[in-house]
Design a protein around this ligand. Structure first.
Ligand SMILES: Nc1ncnc2c1ncn2[C@@H]1O[C@H](COP(=O)(O)OP(=O)(O)OP(=O)(O)O)[C@@H](O)[C@H]1O
Ligand SMILES: [Mg+2]
Length: 250
C-alpha cells in the first residue's frame, strides 16, 4: 500500500520557488490500478519521482507498506518497479537478454531466478524473436517493451509508470494495456500517469487528478462516473479543472 500524506514539493532556484505539489494526500491500496491525470506541469512526474524515493518531499511523507520513502529507500526499492517516460535505461550495445541479465544482477537475482524470469517476460511480451539481438537496432515499440520488461525483472509488487504509452503506436500501446491487465490479475499495485483518458478508463479502477499541484479528485472511477452523471472521462476531467480553477487556484 502506498500512502501519500500531505505531500508538498517545492523546487527552489535563486529567485523563484515552484510549488509542484501542494498538500497532496491519497492512498493506493494493494492490487489497485490508479491512473494519475493532470495537465502538463500539474505535478505528476514529481509525485511519481517522490513515491519512487528519487525526490524528498518538502513537507509531508510517503510510506510504502509502512516504510518511509526518505528514511528507508532501500527497503522500498526492492519491491518497486519504476519506468519514467522517455527513459528506457537500456544499453544499446548489449542484447535484450544481456540487458535483462544486467538488471537482474542489480537486484541480486540468482542465475536460475534470472533465467526463469527472462523466460516469463519473453513469453509475456512476445520478445522471443529478438531476445538475442542488440538493442541498438530496436524499433521504438520493441525498446518500450524491453524497458517495461527490465522494470519488472525482479517481479516487483508495486509498479510506477510515467506516461508509458506516449509515443507508441496502437499495437505497442495495446501490448502495454494487455500487460497491465495481466499484472492486475497477478494482484500488482500500479500507479501510472497518462494523458490518454481512454487508457485510464479502460485500465484503472481508481483515478487521481492533479491540477497545479493540488489533488482535485481521488476515488473509484465508477463512483466518479455516477457523481458526474457521465462516463466521458475527458469531459469530467475538463469540468473538474474548471471547477478546480474556481476553488483551488494557487
Ligand atoms: N527539478 C526541477 N526544478 C525546478 N522545477 C521543477 C523541477 N521538476 C519539476 N519542476 C516544476 O514542477 C512543476 C511540475 O512538473 P512535473 O514534471 O511534475 O509535471 P507533469 O505533471 O509531470 O507534467 P507533464 O505532463 O508535462 O509531464 C512544473 O512547474 C515544473 O516546471
Ligand atoms: Mg511528467
Amino acid at each position: 500500500m502506498i500512502e501519500i500524506q500531505n505531500v508538498t514539493k517545492r523546487f527552489q532556484d535563486k529567485k523563484m520557488s515552484v510549488t509542484a505539489l501542494n498538500h497532496v494526500s491519497f492512498n493506493v491500496g494493494k492490487g489497485e490500478i490508479v491512473g494519475l491525470l493532470g495537465e502538463n506541469g500539474a505535478g505528476k512526474t514529481t509525485l511519481l519521482r517522490s513515491v519512487a524515493t528519487l525526490l524528498t518531499p518538502t513537507e509531508g511523507k510517503i510510506t510504502i507498506d509502512g516504510h518511509d520513502t526518505v528514511k528507508h529507500p532501500d527497503k522500498i526499492k526492492k519491491q518497486m518497479g519504476v519506468l519514467f517516460g522517455g527513459e528506457t535505461g537500456l544499453y544499446n550495445r548489449m542484447t535484450a537478454r544481456e540487458n535483462l541479465e544486467y538488471f537482474a544482477a542489480l537486484y541480486h537475482l540468482s542465475k536460475h531466478e534470472t533465467k526463469v524470469r527472462i523466460d516469463e517476460l519473453t513469453k509475456m511480451f512476445g520478445m522471443r524473436d529478438y531476445l538475442d539481438r542488440k538493442v541498438e537496432g530496436f524499433s521504438k515499440g520493441m525498446r518500450q517493451k524491453m524497458a517495461i520488461a527490465r522494470t519488472l525483472i525482479h517481479n516487483p509488487d508495486i509498479i510506477l509508470f510515467d506516461e508509458p504509452t506516449t509515443g507508441l503506436d496502437i499495437t505497442a500501446s495495446n501490448v502495454f494495456r494487455q500487460l497491465v491487465q495481466e499484472l492486475k490479475s497477478q494482484g500488482k499495485t500500479i500507479l501510472f500517469s497518462s494523458h490518454i483518458m481512454e487508457e485510464v478508463s479502460m485500465l484503472c479502477d481508481h483515478v487521481a487528478m492533479i491540477h497545479k499541484g493540488q489533488l482535485v479528485y481521488h476515488g473509484e472511477i465508477e463512483a466518479l462516473y455516477k457523481e458526474e452523471n457521465s462516463q466521458d472521462l475527458n469531459y469530467i476531467f475538463m469540468s473538474k479543472l474548471v471547477r478546480g480553477d474556481e476553488g483551488y487556484a494557487i
